[in-house]
Design a protein around this ligand. Structure first.
Ligand SMILES: CC(C)(COP(=O)(O)OP(=O)(O)OC[C@H]1O[C@@H](n2cnc3c(N)ncnc32)[C@H](O)[C@@H]1OP(=O)(O)O)[C@@H](O)C(=O)NCCC(=O)NCCS
Length: 353
């Protein structure tokens, strides 16, 4: 028995924000963003739309693509860094909004590695014989922590709005990370398969909490008394803080190392890989990881130019884009890999039926 991907679907907001749009509200240029990150545009969800809405739509699309009905799904695994509310996570809302039965609904908190951890969980639930069809979804709405204030009106095309000095300063101070992120969701259906020679093979997940400070949102949390207050907001503890250069260095090394681990465990070589589906945090990280692995550009596709870094949604969005374009051949040997806040990272090896 094995676990294979039988369908996928995505849900991205309609609103496109290009680098040129961002340059209207902050001190940046399209050239800087493209050169340093590979992002050309990203999507932002409207106010009132949460990760659970995008996730539920993606789950529905993936179930339809798999030729199943919501009633066929045994479990749903939801990965997000940006839940609709502090508690509970989005899993109960996704279960209800996607019209699933009263099934097990898991919330994972592994940020950029959330979907990778979700795939491992889904495959394990199936291989153990416990479940037949499991949906894994990655979904993010980062819009909420971007300090654009009245800048949102400018991005929406309102030329009469002028940024206050305070907003301008806040936006400029966020530019090192705010230009990277976008909103979106995508899901896959993982199902039982009779052929043991296909599906998920070796899998390695890693964590090193020594590096938790590299990228984190320090406030708002229950270590504080009270858990949220004006002082924390003034200190911008609700913003992500990020050591970009160190993250860059670690991601470029640890993703290819994890891929090499699972490939070796399967007694293959990296030359046997048809595709590496890598977390899309920065095109330069993906490129550095590719070079370290020593595989051709065509083996490590990217779509960060269209979506930005959608955190837990990057792996399934890339899978779904490739599936729509007919670029996941039958029998392909594929490595999934991700690295992100925690830090969590790893790789899974997969052979498509
Ligand atoms: C964030 C990141 C794109 C920054 O790229 P970088 O080449 O390291 O750039 P730096 O942070 O060194 O900044 C270089 C200069 O550009 C400036 N800059 C930062 N953001 C800018 C922007 N949006 N537009 C224009 N200039 C910008 C900086 O102020 C700095 O100016 P200085 O040299 O005068 O001080 C890069 O480090 C990265 O992608 N890291 C990984 C992030 C990541 O993976 N995050 C998610 C974790 S999964």
């Amino acid at each position: 028995m094995s676990a294979v991907i039988i369908g996928s679907g995505a849900s991205v907001p309609e609103r496109v924000v290009t680098n040129h749009d961002l340059a209207q509200i902050m001190d940046t240029t399209d050239e800087w963003i493209v050169k340093r990150s590979g992002v050309r545009e990203r999507r932002f969800a409207p106010v009132g739309v949460g990760s659970s809405d995008l996730a539920a739509a993606a789950v529905g699309a993936a179930i339809a693509d798999a030729g199943l009905l919501p009633a066929d799904i045994d479990a749903v695994v939801c990965a997000t860094m940006t839940p609709d509310q502090f508690a509970p996570g989005i899993a109960p809302q996704v279960q209800q909004k996607a019209g699933l039965g009263a099934i097990a609904a898991y919330d994972l908190r592994q940020q950029c590695s959330g979907f990778l951890y979700g795939l491992d969980l889904a495959a394990s639930l199936i291989e153990s014989g416990r479940n037949e069809h499991v949906v894994v979804v990655g979904a993010e709405v980062h819009r909420g922590y971007l300090p654009f204030a009245e800048g949102w009106d400018i991005l929406a095309g309102d030329t009469s709005v002028e940024l206050s000095e305070q907003t301008r300063t806040a936006i400029d101070e966020s530019r090192g990370w705010a230009v990277l992120f976008g909103d979106g969701a995508a899901a896959v259906v993982v199902s039982r398969h009779d052929d043991p020679d296909v599906g998920f093979g070796p899998r390695r997940l890693h964590t090193d909490g020594t590096w938790v400070h590299l990228i984190e949102v320090k406030g708002v949390g229950f270590r504080n008394q009270p858990w949220v207050d004006e002082a924390q907001l003034q200190a911008r503890l609700h913003w992500p803080s990020m050591s970009g250069a160190e993250l860059f260095r670690q991601a470029s090394v640890l993703m290819p190392e994890a891929v090499a681990e699972v490939v070796a465990e399967a007694k293959l070589t990296v030359g046997d890989l048809d595709l590496v589906i890598a977390h899309q945090a920065n095109a330069r990280i993906v490129e550095a990881a590719r070079k370290r692995l020593g595989v051709a550009e065509s083996v490590v596709p990217m779509n960060i130019d269209r979506w930005g870094n959608t955190t837990a949604a990057t792996l399934p969005l890339l899978w779904d884009d490739l599936a729509r374009e007919g670029k996941i051949p039958e029998g392909a040997t594929i490595a999934f890999t991700a690295f992100g806040s925690g830090v969590h990272w790893g790789a899974l090896l997969y052979r498509h039926p």
